[in-house]
Design a protein around this ligand. Structure first.
Ligand code: ADP
Length: 338
């Protein structure tokens, strides 16, 4: 997935480059900077000394040494004052310059911490928005997988009203579904009945089950009427919505290579997260979404909280995949895309 939010320690990320929220001296500090230097070992500081600092908003690159990444990109974030001292522009520049540097060094995967959101005091939710906006913009013309690594879920900007509405909706449909589900004893009874029936069928003479020429023909007939495939529906919908392929897979937060695989391998079945991501990118109605999912062999279920979140967003016309993914992340559910 081109942009993914993960909860992790950035020093553990196996990517081509991790970004360090450094200070302008590049000579080490606390927070994420300290953690990166500790994990990389003293050679990182030695190389940093040769760089002669880094101005706020700029980015410089070193090797990763003992870290599992090839490179560390050091950028100095702005110190938050009141939001009227160019903080937004400077923070945007940190992400932009770091991504451009990563691209120059042919990095295919990059992990960012939430720059400036610790000791430098940038409000976490705003810092996350700058990160997401700048990275999403960059990914419109670049193939790269970018991770935003967060330590805590406090950074999530999902408005509390939206979050409460979704939680209430989950409570309604999820709890209903579970209350109306058959009780355990009922399920056992149904299963017993099924097993008895299966046993009785087994005892029947064999020729009853042997396929006849007539049923062969019927099967051939049915096979010749196979429905439109997932890929065919996807391409048809892209055309109907007057989108380009790239607009669609970028809006779906889906990797170009995966999109091409889906498009070119006729029977390729994407994951449920991918199928749903396309439905969101194409702004399909709930019925169209169900149709598209069915073509990939899935259904929307009220037994799945993630499905309920997506259903709620579609019903309320919220087709912003980044916002949907933030909600899913906050609820510890798998994001859409891939
Ligand atoms: P800044 O000085 O730019 O604010 P900090 O290091 O104080 O930098 O914090 C930046 C962000 O990094 C904070 O949100 C903090 O919670 C987070 N953070 C700290 N250590 C790690 C780590 N090991 N991995 C990922 N994020 C981290």
């Amino acid at each position: 997935m081109p942009l993914e939010i993960v909860r992790n320690d950035i020093t553990k990320m196996s990517v081509d480059a991790i970004v360090n929220a450094a200070n302008t001296t590049l000579l080490g500090g606390g927070g994420v900077d300290g953690a990166i230097h500790r994990a990389a070992g003293p050679q990182l500081l030695e190389e940093c000394r040769t760089l002669h600092g880094c101005r706020t908003g700029e980015a410089k690159i070193t090797r990763g040494y003992r870290l599992p990444c090839k490179y560390v990109i050091h950028t100095a974030g702005p110190i938050w004052q009141d939001g009227h001292h160019g903080e937004h522009e400077l923070l945007t520049a940190c992400y932009k310059n770091s991504l451009e540097l990563a691209d120059k060094y042919h990095c295919e995967s990059v992990a960012f911490p939430l720059i400036s959101s610790g000791v430098y005091g940038y409000p976490k939710a705003q810092a996350l928005k700058v990160a997401m906006d700048t990275i999403t913009q960059f990914l419109l013309d670049h193939d790269m997988t970018v991770y935003i690594v967060v330590f805590s879920k406090d950074a999530f900007e999902v408005s509390s009203k939206l979050f409460k509405d979704i939680e209430a909706y989950i409570d309604d449909v999820y709890v209903d579904e579970h209350l109306s589900a058959p009780s355990e004893s009922m399920r056992m009874r149904l299963q017993r009945r099924y097993l008895e029936k299966a046993k009785a069928t087994e005892a029947e003479p064999e020729e009853c089950c042997a396929p006849s020429m007539a049923s062969d023909a019927r099967l051939d007939d049915m096979l010749s009427q196979v429905d439109e495939s997932f890929a065919q529906m996807l391409i048809r919908k892209i055309d109907e919505k007057h989108m380009t392929d790239a607009q669609c897979y970028k809006r779906a937060n889906v990797d170009r290579r995966l999109f091409n695989k889906i498009k070119n391998i006729p029977d390729y079945k994407p994951s449920k997260q991918t199928a749903l991501a396309f439905a969101i990118a194409l702004e399909l109605s709930l019925n169209e979404t169900k149709d598209m999912l069915m073509k990939a062999g899935f259904a929307l279920s009220h037994s799945s909280k993630a499905d309920i979140v997506v259903e709620y967003c579609i019903m309320t016309g919220n087709y912003d995949i980044m916002e949907i993914n933030q909600i899913l992340f906050k609820l510890d559910l798998q994001p859409l895309g891939y």
